[in-house]
Design a protein around this ligand. Structure first.
Ligand SMILES: Cc1ncc(C[n+]2csc(CCOP(=O)(O)OP(=O)(O)O)c2C)c(N)n1
Ligand code: SF4
Length: 272
């Protein structure tokens, strides 16, 4: 129920701008429920976003929020975490924001294992600007910039995060909202760079071009295509064709960047 998380919203900023049937509101709900479960102090919690439909989330939330520039949410978040390591920092990005213009920030935040919780609202398209393809648009799917279907292969965001050094990686969908809440809470508890890929539906920019059906059909597709990690382990590569795994994909602690940096400062001060 919304009343349980209402305290985290700037009610005067509602109604939101999201189209009817958009998955982004469900993901935002999962995120605020995770923060409620974690019991974080509202004044010590920061939400940073880039630019895009997903990134509007920061404007609706009553934490310390920063609506930054397209692709740069992780750069701003890194600065915040370095200056104030005690703050809990959540980073909201779209798939375009995170993996195209912001792709370099993403791999390096993962490589450093800086203690940020990145939530990537993956709707497979640039929603806000009318449906250009992103690095996460599946091959052959249509976009305004690919009227015959994109010929590029798409990133597997979670694999990219793991390969780059993220210490917690999870994937959920708007359909599996409860799982998403659990994954975001787990990601936030991880002391290091955590990535939660939240699969969302964009009926307007993606749906109109690719005709997967109305918003209800689009969210049902998430249910059909998602396979829990435990179940996926029993399936062959062939059986996994057209499907994706959900759940905790990676959870391997490693030294965290701001803590290591603090040790360097202490060593330098001791020598001075
Ligand atoms: C530097 C810069 N380049 C391009 C844009 C235009 N722009 C705004 S939002 C956006 C893409 C949004 O797509 P995504 O990040 O996937 O988020 P969504 O809207 O789908 O949630 C772009 C290209 C911009 N605002 N700033
Ligand atoms: S354009 Fe797509 S992502 Fe943006 S609000 Fe509408 S449905 Fe959501």
């Amino acid at each position: 129920m919304f009343s349980q998380i209402e305290e985290y919203y700037r009610l005067e900023k509602l109604p939101h701008i999201w189209c009817p049937g958009c998955g982004h509101g469900i993901i935002l709900g999962a995120m605020t429920r995770a923060i409620k479960e974690l019991g974080y102090d509202q004044n010590k919690t920061v939400v940073v976003s880039g630019i895009g439909c997903s990134s509007r989330a920061s404007g609706y939330l009553d934490f310390n929020t920063l609506h930054t520039t397209h692709g740069r949410a992780l750069a701003f978040s890194t600065g915040i975490k370095m200056a104030r390591p005690e703050l809990k920092v959540f980073v909201v990005m779209g798939d375009g924001d995170c993996t195209a213009i912001g792709g370099n920030h993403f791999i390096h935040a993962a490589r450093r294992n800086i203690d940020l919780t990145a939530i990537v609202f993956n709707n497979n398209i640039y929603g806000m600007t009318g449906g250009q393809y992103s690095p996460m648009t599946p091959q052959a799917k249509k976009a305004t910039t690919a009227p015959y279907g994109t010929i590029e292969r798409s990133f597997d965001l979670s694999q990219l995060a793991i390969a780059s050094g993220a210490t917690f990686v999870g994937r959920g969908t708007a359909y599996h909202a409860k799982l998403l809440t659990q994954l975001i809470a787990k990601g936030a508890r991880n002391k290091g760079f955590s990535v939660v890929e939240a699969i969302s539906q964009c009926p307007t920019s993606y749906g109109r071009k690719n005709k997967p059906g109305d918003p209800a059909e689009m969210i049902k597709l998430q249910k059909q295509q998602a396979v829990k990690v435990s179940a996926a382990a029993r399936l062959t590569e062939e059986q996994m064709q057209g499907k994706f795994t959900i759940g905790v994909l990676h959870d391997t602690p490693a030294p965290e960047y701001t803590e290591t940096y603090e040790q360097v400062i202490r060593r330098a001060q001791a020598k001075a």
